[in-house]
Ligand binder design. Structure first.
Ligand code: HEM
Ligand code: HEM
Length: 182
């Protein structure tokens, strides 16, 4: 089942959700290496991997949002209080904003710092701003702040998923797991 149904997320939404999680788990250590290691050829390669994976995540986020708009999600489960439904919707919206704004801020750093990037060593990334050192510094701070916000929100998101499963005992987690269709 490619599309979402009334009971569960479809294969496309699930594949995008879990493959993006896997990429984020690689992307974040690459970002730490990019800021903390001393300059070396390996560090420069890891930086290209970080930026390229970030652009891939931006492309996947765009596809994911388009698919979400074209394909309504499964409805909320029975008996969920209104505040929890609203908190879920608000935090999901914030996650969507972050998975677009984090790579966009990285792209601004790269453009403003005037560093040419060949995405996965395959094609050049166009600049989205003119060279501007002050803007590059601000974008780097924004990039870091958004990453911290994402980390906090993902912890809450995982906590909420586990709470639904083990405390409320509803099927919100199960219907997002691979291979479960109902
Ligand atoms: C979803 C995607 C991304 C995530 C989760 C992410 C995460 C991170 C993290 C954790 C760091 C180290 C902490 C810090 O900001 O100082 C970092 C640094 C950095 N990232 Fe990303 N990043 C993403 C996408 C991108 C993209 C697409 C680019 C460029 C095209 C990029 C360029 C940079 C740069 C230049 C730095 C170093 C900033 C500095 O010097 O302070 N990032 N990123
Ligand atoms: C172990 C990690 C994770 C678990 C267990 C998890 C679990 C879930 C579950 C169960 C849902 C479905 C909620 C529902 O049916 O109402 C969901 C949706 C969602 N997840 Fe995650 N998730 C994880 C990681 C992430 C990460 C890292 C991100 C983004 C960076 C993310 C972004 C989202 C978004 C945006 C939705 C909303 C889907 C929609 O309403 O269109 N998740 N997640």
């Amino acid at each position: 089942m490619l599309r979402n149904s009334m009971q569960a997320w479809g294969a496309i939404a699930k594949t995008l959700h879990w493959s993006m999680l896997a990429l984020f788990l690689v992307q974040i250590p690459l970002g730490w290496a990019a800021v903390s290691w001393r300059l070396s050829p390996l560090k420069i390669d890891l930086f290209v991997w970080h930026k390229s994976t970030g652009i891939l995540l931006l492309a996947l986020a765009t596809i994911r949002i388009a698919w979400r708009l074209a394909n309504p999600p499964p409805p909320s489960v029975d008996g969920l209080p209104r505040w929890e439904q609203r908190a879920g919707a608000a935090s999901h919206a914030a996650l969507y904003v972050l998975i677009v704004s984090i790579p966009m801020s990285g792209w601004v750093i790269n453009s403003a710092a005037n560093i040419p990037l060949n995405v996965f060593w395959l094609f050049p990334l166009p600049d989205i701003t003119a060279p501007d050192k002050a803007l590059a510094d601000i974008a780097a701070r924004v990039h870091f702040g958004l990453y911290v916000a994402l980390s906090v929100l993902v912890c809450l998101h995982i906590g909420a998923a586990l709470r639904h499963h083990f405390v409320r005992r509803n099927n919100i987690l199960v219907r997002m797991l691979p291979g479960r269709w109902s």
